[in-house]
Design a protein around this ligand. Structure first.
Ligand SMILES: [Zn+2]
Ligand SMILES: [Zn+2]
Length: 282
């Protein structure tokens, strides 16, 4: 976690200038917020991407929502201009639009990049890039020079084809739909890590996200999933978490239990539906 002087600097930094943000040496959080209305409030979510830079090559983890592509491409080009190793790989956690919606444009604009991970079905949308797709299984690792990106067990997953990513050098976990929660633009949370957003009620926003986006958590014993998460975090010795939809977590011991409390609470509530309710005219 950042010490107090660095924290103050980031809180004083205008939101638009907070990204790209280096959450661990050589690991850059990039992308933009997505605004949604829920219970009369403006919730912000992330469909973030992360650039992990090795000595020889960089890998992009997730592509962001389709609307984010211009921002993500600009952030990446800023980093490459600063001397970050060129993009050779794209890893997406699963085949859902907020995670892979920029895939075709990444492969088009970065012709040296290979798509890695579970690559099921992408060839149907992009047959012209089929020769650049490489399937990964759990434990497979992509060498970037001095660090690698490994496919690891996806404890909380949206699709059967999900893999989570793990940076072996700084021990950063990329859990896709795991650790998903919204934040409040009005409270200045955009571009902050979870531990800086002190006014964000993590159990509450985690439970809301699970309610809206991960319906299966209503029908599963989330204690078992949370135990498995603890097991994975201990086994990999995770130091930092870079979720696709939540704010990055840099104090795993303090923050993970709050997100787990939200998952467990959401599991006990009836599903509220995915949209704001509008009265039906009788
Ligand atoms: Zn998602
Ligand atoms: Zn925001």
């Amino acid at each position: 976690m950042l010490d107090k002087p660095q924290l103050k600097n980031m809180l004083d930094t205008p939101v638009a200038q907070r990204m790209p943000r280096e959450i661990a040496p050589g690991v850059f959080w990039i992308g933009d917020c997505l605004a949604q209305r829920h219970k009369g409030k403006s919730y912000h979510g992330y469909n973030a991407a992360y650039l992990v830079a090795g000595i020889e090559a960089s890998i992009l983890v997730e592509t962001g929502h389709p609307k984010d592509f211009p921002v993500i491409e600009r952030h990446m080009n800023e980093l490459f201009a600063r001397g970050v190793a060129p993009l050779k790989y794209l890893f997406v956690t699963h085949q859902e639009t907020p995670h892979c919606g920029g895939l075709g444009r990444i492969l088009k604009n970065f012709p040296d990049a290979l798509l890695v991970g579970d690559v099921s079905d992408y060839h149907l949308a992009f047959p012209q890039y089929e020769h650049r797709m490489r399937s990964m299984n759990e434990g497979d690792a992509i060498d970037l020079g001095g660090r690698s990106l490994m496919a690891v067990e996806p404890v909380i997953r949206d699709l059967r084809t999900t893999w989570w990513g793990f940076d072996t050098k700084e021990r950063v976990l990329f859990p896709g739909d795991g650790f998903a929660y919204s934040h409040y633009h009005e409270d200045g949370h955009c571009g902050l890590i979870a531990e800086e957003a002190v006014s964000l009620d993590l159990p509450d926003v985690s439970s809301t996200f699970a309610d809206l986006a991960l319906f299966w958590t209503k029908f599963a014993d989330m204690n078992v999933y949370c135990d498995r998460l603890d097991h994975l975090i201990a086994r990999l010795d995770v130091k930092v978490i870079g979720p696709t939809h939540g704010l990055p977590i840099t104090d795993v011991k303090a923050t993970v239990p709050k997100v787990q409390a939200g998952l467990k609470a959401a599991a006990l509530m009836p599903e509220s539906g995915t949209n704001e309710k509008v009265a039906v005219a009788s």
